[in-house]
Design a protein around this ligand. Structure first.
Ligand code: HPA
Length: 276
């Protein structure tokens, strides 16, 4: 899938399919990361649509990802929740990975809450921390905007100087305080994966200013910004990154930690939906 006229046609087909099935069009999008899918249970007046049924949607293959769009209301706001996302390491192109964000855009979504599981690089972090993303580093070696620019979707050279909306971050800090959550703030570096990093890579990432590392989020955030959306990003530190504690990393640990803090995470996102 590349960015061309065909892409616009595919988007329009996905849009029509959804518009016919959804009662209220969403204003806010939420992407749920690995092990953090529980937020979808809060959605009221739900319309659940499996990715496999939506024209041109890729299908997610990773354990812990349900693979469906959940439309409905949370705190009176109309939302669309991605329960499960597409990863570059699964073999999708960047345009495929971000196709759902474009679909959100053409459905009228103007704001996006994006979440992920990440490895902690900053030694002040620990497993189980929630981190508000301040900015990112793209080490994926590719970009979803590569190719012809579809000017109806956004500008050729989009500004990313506030890729993670400052006002939303400040609001999120306020909400967190009310809930007794003490989130960290940090810079997220995205890599392709699927292997976890080497200790040498983690030392390098720390040197260039990263606080946490993961294999997602950055493509979606680039596209959301290109499409004029405001973005809030939250990482759940599911493990300390390679070489930091000298232990081995595993997907099991990632899922266990995400499961452990899911309730707090869900409460946080629920409260955020009300104010953003
Ligand atoms: N590295 C990359 N991605 C991750 C990690 C990690 O340590 N933990 C969760 N996702």
């Amino acid at each position: 899938m590349i960015l061309d006229k065909e892409y616009s046609v595919k988007l329009a087909e996905a849009r029509s399919y959804l518009v016919e099935r959804v009662t209220v069009l969403p204003e806010l999008g939420v992407i749920l990361g690995s092990g953090l899918g529980g937020f979808a249970n809060l959605v009221e007046e739900k319309v659940v649509i499996p990715y496999k049924d939506i024209p041109h949607f890729p299908i997610s293959t990773v354990e812990g990802h349900a693979g469906q769009l959940v439309f409905g209301k949370v705190q009176g706001r109309s939302v669309v929740v991605m329960q499960g996302r597409f990863h570059f390491y699964e073999g999708y192109t960047m345009q495929e990975v971000t196709f759902p964000i474009r679909v959100m855009q053409v459905l009228g979504v103007t704001g996006l809450i994006v979440t992920n599981a990440a490895g902690g690089i900053n030694s002040a972090f620990s497993s189980g921390n929630l981190v508000l993303i301040k900015d990112h580093l793209n080490l994926m070696g590719d970009n979803p905007l590569r190719g012809a620019n579809l000017s109806n979707l956004g500008p050729r050279f989009p500004d990313l100087s506030e890729g993670y909306n400052l006002e939303w971050r400040q609001k999120a800090l306020g909400i967190a305080k009310e809930l007794g959550i003490n989130p960290q703030e940090g810079i997220y570096v995205a890599v392709c994966g699927p292997n976890y990093e080497t200790p040498a890579e983690i030392r390098y990432m720390r040197t260039i200013g990263a606080d946490m590392v993961g294999m997602s989020t950055v493509p979606e955030v680039i596209v959301a910004n290109h499409g004029g959306m405001k973005v809030l990003g939250i990482s759940c530190v599911t493990n300390m990154a390679a070489g930091i504690l000298g232990q081995k990393l595993s997907h099991v640990e990632v899922m266990e930690t995400a499961g452990r803090i899911e309730k707090q995470f869900v409460n946080f996102v629920q409260a955020l939906v009300k104010v953003l």
